[in-house]
Design a protein around this ligand. Structure first.
Ligand code: FES
Ligand code: FES
Length: 146
């Protein structure tokens, strides 16, 4: 369908022109390294959390178009957001990957382009990798500030 085509274009655009590709210095933020055990692909997410707000997010990694575009979309979506809102997006993304209806009061922007991945169980881990890293990073930031 034309919606699938649009989604495919959005995914390829993030894959070919990733947003927020890079790494923070260790003094500037925290770094979460995760891999997808099914394929060995990896992501290194740098996260800066200040006063309960995700003030910066960057990623490096090797992976398929789904995993890398998801990381690009995720960093774009959470930068500047309070931690609670970022965690809400983690939940929404997880619902989306289970094919559930998602809370449509939240503007998902480009993230919606990944909704079709729910139909391909083998790819769900690809799409979720960056979001797992985000969740872990936010937890880590909370512990460091506690
Ligand atoms: Fe990503 Fe199979 S693990 S496509
Ligand atoms: Fe490895 Fe997609 S095939 S993350």
């Amino acid at each position: 369908s034309s919606l699938d085509d649009l989604y495919r274009r959005v995914i390829m655009d993030h894959y070919q022109k990733p947003r927020n590709r890079g790494k923070l210095e260790e003094s500037e933020g925290l770094i979460v390294n995760l891999n997808n055990p099914t394929c060995g692909d990896s992501i290194s997410l740098s996260l800066k959390v200040e006063n309960g707000v995700v003030t910066d997010a960057k990623f490096l990694g090797e992976g398929c178009s789904i995993s890398m575009s998801s990381a690009s979309m995720m960093t774009e979506a959470v930068k500047g957001k309070p931690v609670e809102e970022a965690l809400k997006l983690v939940q929404i993304f997880s619902d989306m990957m289970q094919g559930k209806d998602v809370d449509d009061s939240v503007d998902l922007g480009d993230i919606e382009a990944l909704s079709g991945v729910a139909k391909f169980p083998a790819r769900i881990k690809c799409a979720t990798l960056a979001w797992k890293a985000l969740e872990q990073g936010i937890k880590q930031a909370g512990q460091e500030n506690a």
